[in-house]
Design a protein around this ligand. Structure first.
Ligand SMILES: [Zn+2]
Length: 96
């Protein structure tokens, strides 16, 4: 995992005040191609994780803290997890 990415992720975790269960973090290129259509592939550069978060209130808090942090530019929300990617200015917040 990218060191700067992990620092930002820890800052969000500290701000939330609760732990995260990470479903998926670093993926090698071959594995990423099997499980994702996303060729931007920040899971393959150690700059993205999928955090399992089934509690809707905690999921919102995680989303809010991740946006406030300003580091994560590629955020995607599903019913059971949130993808946090470093992204770039062309990405944004989306819903699966
Ligand atoms: Zn992801």
């Amino acid at each position: 995992m990218d060191e700067g990415y992990m620092k930002a992720l820890q800052d969000v975790r500290t701000a939330c005040g609760f732990g995260f269960k990470v479903n998926s973090a670093y993926r090698c290129g071959d594995y990423n191609a099997k499980v994702s259509k996303n060729t931007r592939g920040q899971h393959s550069t150690g700059e993205a994780v999928d955090i399992s978060m089934k509690d809707r209130y905690k999921r919102f808090q995680l989303l809010q803290k991740a946006i406030e942090c300003g580091y994560f530019k590629d955020i995607a929300i599903s019913k059971t997890f949130i993808h946090l990617g470093k992204g770039n200015v062309e990405n944004g917040v989306g819903v699966y």
